[in-house]
Design a protein around this ligand. Sequence first.
Ligand code: AMP
Ligand code: MG
Length: 401
Amino acid sequence: MLTVEEALELVKSRCGPLPARRVPLGEAAGLRLAEDIASDIDSPPHDKAMMDGYAVRSADREKERRILEEIAAGAVPHFALTPGTASRIMTGAPLPEGADAIVPVEKTELIDATTVRLEQVDPARGQNVLYRGSSMRERDVVVQRGAVVRPIEIAILAETGHGAVAVVPRPRMAVLPTGNELVAVTERPGPGQIRNSNGPMLVALGRRAGAETTDLEVARDSYEHLTQRIVEGLTHDILVLSGGVSAGTFDLVPQVLAEQGVEQVFHKIALKPGKPLWFGIKRGEATNRTTLVFGLPGNPVSSLVCFELFVRPAIAALAGHGFVQLESFRAKLVSDYEYKGDRAACLPARVRHLPAETDVEILPWAGSADLATLTGANGLVRLPAERRRFSTGSELEVLPI
Ligand code: AMP
Ligand code: MG
């Protein structure tokens, strides 16, 4: 059976960035730019006051100055300063001709409507002035291709007139839970039934990982129903199924996927929980659309573990961020733990970040359907594939969840 690392390599080698697309600026946050962004303006567009005060000529030395006008932000000055004059000016407003410094209003005293006395008569040239083009010049590249668009980049894209930009888009991911036993959240399960908890969980996991998700709702374990939903799912960049990949009589997923032209890359990995994981790829014949297909085990904890280990980095890679996995950290085990497994494990655990150290407790666990225990977990402890006794204080590798 494949190890987790081998399986990850197989997934990684099939994940590349999606083709670039233009999106409105409001939708670009968090995405990776697919073009260099140039400015169409000088910024600031004029020599600009950085404080409320008086625009003056720094060479003048008179204590009292004649006020020529008041210049608000958004207005243009009407008078050039001559020796002995000043103009009242607001932050952001353009400097009048002849002015080369701003004396802050706090350092002045208004004598009458046309006269101001300066406490500071010798401002430095350029004091409180931002010169035209000092932040950027027209045609300067202000954000480079490959940058992630953060709120600050949104601001500069807006300032430089980019209402739409080319980005690597958010991967489109469909979620398809399968199983005759499943009923919707809004229903009360009858005999033999359980609610579909994986569907909503996988949608939330997909969104958190940066995908645009579509919930395809539960598919029954029948050829017809599964086929119809899988065909719909294959119009996305990623199709995530839950259930139907184990060894049961009604585990039809691999067969239906094969009939729909999805080439199997692997089925089953040496992981606990998560052994039945299925992965394949469908390459479109006419179009060059590719769909990555993950068949996750139906048990909710297995589904979560497989999603976080395999689907999350695939979403990141399609979005142009590279095959980025959850970043693990180390924590000290709080009580002895005996691991009897022959597969690598990813076990729900509770991590505490204390001032001096981080510790971790592996949660008592009633098998991979135990969502109630998982709710108390904030980490997954990774153990190697060997029988071993871990004593209190052992340093273990943990993934945050
Ligand atoms: P399967 O992989 O289809 O054999 O399912 C394994 C286990 O996971 C069974 O106990 C299922 O009832 C359970 N299961 C499958 N799908 C879901 C789901 N969408 N939500 C909650 N439990 C599920
Ligand atoms: Mg099933």
